[in-house]
Write a protein that binds this ligand. Structure first.
Ligand SMILES: C[C@H](O)[C@H](O)[C@H]1CNC2=NC(N)=NC(=O)C2=N1
Length: 98
């Protein structure tokens, strides 16, 4: 089955459960900023996400400075959001427990 873009209703429902995430202005994508104790914790988090991303062939856009990681999720193949973004966001929430 080909990857589907989420409908507006599916997007709303998904975001209602992903309370730490918000829509990016002017783009169909979601973002979240995470703060860790130090760089070691931040990079450990990024390593876990990287392993997930490679396994699921779905990769985050992200920016790291010391203990802060800004993550943006979108599905480039559909130029918007898909279930893969929801699953990756849920994974990030689970492992960061912030
Ligand atoms: C060829 C490869 O499967 C695709 O380019 C994958 C890789 N990782 C990806 N990651 C994200 N975030 N969106 C994609 O559409 C995507 N596509």
């Amino acid at each position: 089955m080909t990857l589907q873009k989420l409908t507006a209703q599916e997007q709303t429902d998904a975001l209602a459960k992903l309370s730490a995430w918000s829509l990016v202005d002017g783009r169909e994508a979601i973002k979240r900023t995470l703060q860790f104790k130090d760089f070691n914790e931040a990079f450990g988090f990024m390593t876990r996400v990287a392993l997930y991303a490679d396994k699921h062939d779905h990769h985050p856009e992200w920016f790291n400075v010391y203990n802060r990681v800004e993550v943006t999720l979108a599905t480039h193949d559909v130029q918007g959001l898909s279930i893969r973004d929801v699953k990756l966001a849920q994974f990030i929430d689970e492992i960061s427990k912030q």
